[in-house]
Design a protein around this ligand. Structure first.
Ligand code: ADP
Length: 608
């Protein structure tokens, strides 16, 4: 067959060992949480696998019994035959009950496993460092893992149970055949061979095809979200993006499914030829059984049983092969899931809760930081000292490194060169919770939690409950008191219209809540505010800036409105990640550099 476009791309097909190890690890997940459920299903599967051959054996006894009763006319023979009918009926009834019960238990397993896998994924996501979870590859793995957390691992375990069932059936059939017609064992296995060859041939193709098109699947999901997503709707409607996006979607679909159709067409033709071959071998076996029966070497009962066994055997062989060679999507998912769970988390856990120089405050010492894969550092040789009770203003055009500096100051990134110290201790050596307790941050962009107002504020303290007074103080610090008193259920109002009785806030209102959140932890003695007033109206901004700093607290404030920073003890102007100018407002104005030029420009804008 010529090498098609799908052969050259895609991932290598997982080996048997990989498949088995993926299945075993998946089984271990559920085995740990619900050992009884899993064992129960395994036991019932074995019984369900033994019963059909047993029923065939009983039906042989029944037919032979009936023939004997007709021949002898004896009451005893008649009763014996009737007994076999009852036994066969009991076997079939038990089989029916077990199958129903199995379906119910499997549904339970499906739900439990989905939950267990989702918990593993979330637990892993929780343990990643910021730098790690921001990596596009990790993001992709997380999205993929979440998407099929319930379906794929379950699918794989079901394949495992299918294999078990097929194996047990095959062994019991082999035992029955061995007693009367051993060479039918060979017929049964050979009849399965064409399907096996077909399966082997195509599962590899399909696997490579499936993995090669995952970029298109991602593109498809993204296009879908652009059309359905509420946040994108404004631009889609205004710019008329709906139609062109649909066209891209259609082109993508056509491209993807042309390959699909070719593959399926090939599969259908070769698959049916192999199917006919398998059936011919099976038929040959059946003709032999009938001929031998006519020659008088098999009883009618034996003939019925052997034909039935041959049929069941062929099904079991096919089932076994199907379970083994199919399931490529499940295996792919599960191997990727375990690759995600095995990833290094990138988080070092310090243990100290105080520094050697209490009251020293925050220090950056020649700090440099490069984003993974970035061509140039986002920060270079940045040094400053922020003693308690002082204010630092950070200025710089977009992309100059201000937000990166905030993430380093909060200990979320580790510097690549230099050190960040709090009270003389490297941030990496602080116990994470103790460090977080010292630093209140308003991030940019901040998260708008579509939860209650209370949650939005308490998130600043790990969702611990704030006393009513502390809540009031946090809301006051965010200038959010009036906003909250106007809400229908006060601080318990659910935010976002997505929820019944939810209320939507404006950008400036969300920003006030973010500010309240940054103030929720009153123990924090360092406050970092990244563009806290960007969405505030002028009045609110002026009111915020007029608020005095609590005693002993220090502040890092990032703002594009330079007038906000006039009262700062020091101002740092960042340019391309480096400190370009530093000093207080007066000295920077006196220098007549970039800061002074920017300040004049803004002042002019207000004057005119
Ligand atoms: P500012 O806050 O001053 O606008 P940032 O600190 O956000 O600047 O960005 C500094 C530089 O780092 C920019 O060149 C930006 O493209 C890059 N950068 C920011 N965030 C990331 C990230 N998560 N991954 C890679 N590069 C980033």
């Amino acid at each position: 067959m010529p090498a098609s476009d799908t052969d050259s791309q895609g991932e290598p097909v997982p080996s048997w060992q990989e498949r088995i190890s993926a299945a075993v690890r998946t089984l271990a997940i559920i085995g740990r949480t619900r050992p009884g459920l899993t064992t129960g299903i395994a036991v019932l599967t074995v019984i369900a696998a033994l019963l059909p051959p047993a029923a065939l054996y009983v039906s042989k006894l029944l037919i032979d019994g009936v023939l004997a009763a007709i021949e002898s006319g004896l009451e005893a023979d008649r009763a014996a035959a009737m007994r076999w009918v009852v036994i066969e009926a009991i076997i079939l009834a038990v089989l029916l009950i077990i199958r129903r019960w199995l379906a119910f238990q499997k549904a339970r397993l499906h739900a439990e496993l989905g939950f267990a896998v989702a918990r593993l994924i979330l637990d892993k996501a929780n343990r990643f460092s910021l730098a790690k979870i921001e990596l596009p590859r990790v993001q992709e793995m997380l999205i993929h893992a979440k998407q099929f957390a319930a379906a794929r691992p379950y699918g794989l375990i079901m394949r495992g149970f299918d294999t078990l069932q097929a194996l047990v059936t095959l062994i019991s059939i082999t035992a029955l055949l061995a007693a009367s017609a051993p060479w039918l064992i060979a017929v049964m296995l050979v009849a399965g061979l064409p399907a096996f060859i077909g399966n082997l041939r195509f599962s590899g193709d399909a696997y490579r095809f499936y993995t090669a098109r995952s970029p298109q699947m991602r593109e498809r999901n993204y296009l879908e979200s652009l059309v359905t997503n509420e946040a994108a709707a404004r631009e889609r409607l205004h710019y008329g993006l709906g139609k062109p996006l649909m066209e891209r979607f259609t082109d993508l679909f056509d491209g993807m499914h042309a390959g699909d159709r070719r593959l399926q067409g090939r599969q259908a033709i070769i698959g049916s030829a192999l199917g006919v071959l398998g059936s011919a071998i099976f038929l040959g076996g059946k003709v032999w059984i009938v001929a031998v029966t006519i020659a008088g070497r098999f009883s009618l009962g034996q003939m019925t049983m052997l034909i039935g066994l041959l049929k069941q055997g062929q099904n079991a062989v096919n089932g076994l092969l199907g379970a083994f060679t199919g399931s490529y999507e499940d295996v792919l998912y599960v191997t990727r899931l375990f690759a995600l769970l095995d990833l290094e988390e990138g988080r070092t856990q310090g243990r100290q809760i105080v520094g050697p120089i209490p009251g020293d405050g925050l220090r950056f010492e020649q700090v440099g930081f490069v984003y993974p894969g970035a061509p140039s550092p986002a920060l270079r040789d940045v040094s400053f000292h922020l003693p308690p009770g002082t204010r630092l203003g950070l200025v710089g055009i977009n992309g100059s490194g201000k937000t990166t500096l905030v993430k380093l100051a909060a200990g979320l990134y580790r510097p690549d060169t230099g050190r960040v110290l709090l009270d003389g201790l490297d941030l990496g050596e602080w116990e994470p919770a103790a460090l977080a307790n010292r630093i209140g941050v308003m991030f940019q962009p901040h998260v708008n939690y579509k939860l209650s107002v209370r949650d939005n504020v308490e998130a600043g303290l790990g969702l611990e409950t704030l006393s009513p007074d502390a809540m009031d103080r946090a809301l006051a610090a965010g200038l959010a008191q009036d906003l909250v008193s106007d809400l229908p259920a006060g601080i318990d109002t659910r935010l976002s219209k997505r929820f019944a009785e939810g209320v939507e806030l404006s950008g400036g209102q969300w920003q006030r809540l973010a500010m309240a959140r940054a103030h929720a932890n009153e123990a924090a003695d360092i406050l970092i505010l990244d563009e806290p007033t960007a969405a505030l109206d002028a009045e609110a901004e002026a009111a915020f800036m007029a608020r005095p700093l609590a005693p002993g607290r220090s502040l890092i404030l990032i703002s594009h409105r330079l007038s906000n920073l006039r009262s700062a003890d020091q101002i740092i102007l960042l340019e391309a990640g480096q400190v370009a100018e530093a000093g207080d407002h007066e000295s920077l104005m006196a220098q007549g550099g970039s800061y002074a030029a920017m300040f004049e420009l803004q002042a002019d804008a207000y004057r005119t």
